[in-house]
Ligand binder design. Structure first.
Ligand SMILES: [Fe+2]
Length: 384
């Protein structure tokens, strides 16, 4: 009986997948972008005259077709509200496993995303999530070729003067970047934005940061000697530790936000991928230079807090807010009506981090107030 039910469910899923992959080009949109030539824009990142630098994290936009109007509206509103100096997109830009192997379509979607962010004329960068490289529909190098066409993209396959990078194809890790933030006069590097890539892991477990990535972090720590904010896709082990200890003020001095549960009576929990982050954590504790780690992946988690990781070292850990309506998975693949409803209505937005040259550090969650006009609001500020 169980087998029969599984077969029926599998058939329904396959029919949905097929229907989805052959339909739905109804409002495909090209973004003209900034019109600026690659290399013509100065992408040097600097503190402003007030000594502030603002980073907007957008995450899990997960497009598999045209970028729908609702997503464009909420993404536009988020960027307009945050007015960031830099946008970091933290993975799962696309979900190619739903494309039936159409690499041309995957390339087109990456091109749309690149054109969209280019049109904002704000420096932006990204890392990959566990979905981007799924089923090898499009190689990560080919995706980066699309993203780096944007004159405002910081990073990419070639060396450039705006960031340091580490690429290791064998380890499936491409977007490891250190972006130096300069003083307002441009004379010295005062801060850093550190991006760590995530390997594809739909069919197999994610193995976590590689030794090569950890070595890159240690090398950047040594070379620049500045504090930094870190962005990656998968929540590290510490997110679960912080969540478990959220009521213990000695371990977690501030905790704001939540994990929305789509099913009544069922508690959702932060992902821990991989089981241990010990090697990277040891390096963090030795360097004590990461102010905050910001992740995506768990679409309905939006909490942030201060985790006292060692006796003399605290770190802000925060989830980015899901930034788009993606491919509207609730319409196609969610069979629980409460889950569908929550996904449809969950306010999209982003997460802002404000860094000050004097050492002040804060983060808050930006979200759509759902008034029908994409009026954005901010909640749950965490001040370090
Ligand atoms: Fe993910």
């Amino acid at each position: 009986m169980k087998r029969k039910i599984s077969l029926i469910l599998l058939t329904v899923l396959l029919i949905s997948l097929f229907a989805f992959s052959v339909t739905g080009c109804q409002s495909y949109r090209e973004f003209p972008g900034s019109g600026k030539e690659k290399g013509s824009v100065d992408l040097t990142l600097k503190f402003d005259e007030q000594g502030k630098f603002k980073i907007l994290q957008m995450t899990d936009i997960q497009f598999i077709d045209y970028i729908d109007d609702e997503s464009i509206a909420v993404m536009d509103a988020t960027i307009e509200y945050a007015k960031p100096d830099l946008i970091v997109v933290t993975g799962d830009q696309i979900s190619p496993e739903y494309l039936g192997g159409q690499s041309g379509k995957a390339k087109k979607i990456c091109g749309q995303i690149s054109g969209y962010f280019d049109s904002k004329e704000i420096p932006w960068t990204l890392c990959f999530g566990n979905h981007d490289g799924a089923m090898s529909v499009l190689s990560k190098a080919d995706m980066l070729k699309e993203y780096q066409k944007s004159a405002y993209f910081v990073g990419g396959l070639e060396e450039n003067k705006y960031c340091e990078s580490y690429i290791n194809e064998k380890e499936d890790t491409y977007c490891n970047y250190f972006l130096p933030i300069y003083s307002n006069d441009g004379n010295s590097v005062e801060y850093g934005v550190f991006v760590m890539d995530c390997a594809t892991s739909l069919g197999s477990p994610y193995k976590g940061f590689t030794q090569g990535q950890i070595d890159f972090y240690n090398a950047m720590s040594k070379k620049y000697g500045v504090k930094m904010s870190m962005y990656t896709h998968e929540p590290t082990e510490e997110f679960q530790t912080m969540y478990d200890n959220r009521e213990n003020s000695e371990i977690v001095s501030v905790f704001k936000g939540e994990i929305e549960s789509p099913e009544v009576g069922k508690t959702y929990y932060p992902t821990k991928n991989p089981e241990s982050n010990e090697a990277f954590r040891n390096s963090m504790i030795a360097n004590k230079n990461i102010d905050g780690i910001f992740v995506g992946h768990d679409h309905l988690s939006n909490f942030a807090g201060i985790y006292n990781m060692a006796e003399d070292y605290s770190v802000v850990l925060g989830y980015g807010r899901m930034s788009s309506y993606g491919f509207g998975e609730w319409k196609y693949f969610m069979f629980s009506s409460s889950k569908r409803k929550l996904y449809k209505n969950y306010p999209r937005g982003g997460r802002v981090v404000e860094v000050s040259a004097n050492g002040d550090y804060s983060t808050f969650d930006v979200l759509d107030s759902k008034d029908g006009n994409y009026t954005m609001t901010s909640i749950n500020e965490v001040i370090k």
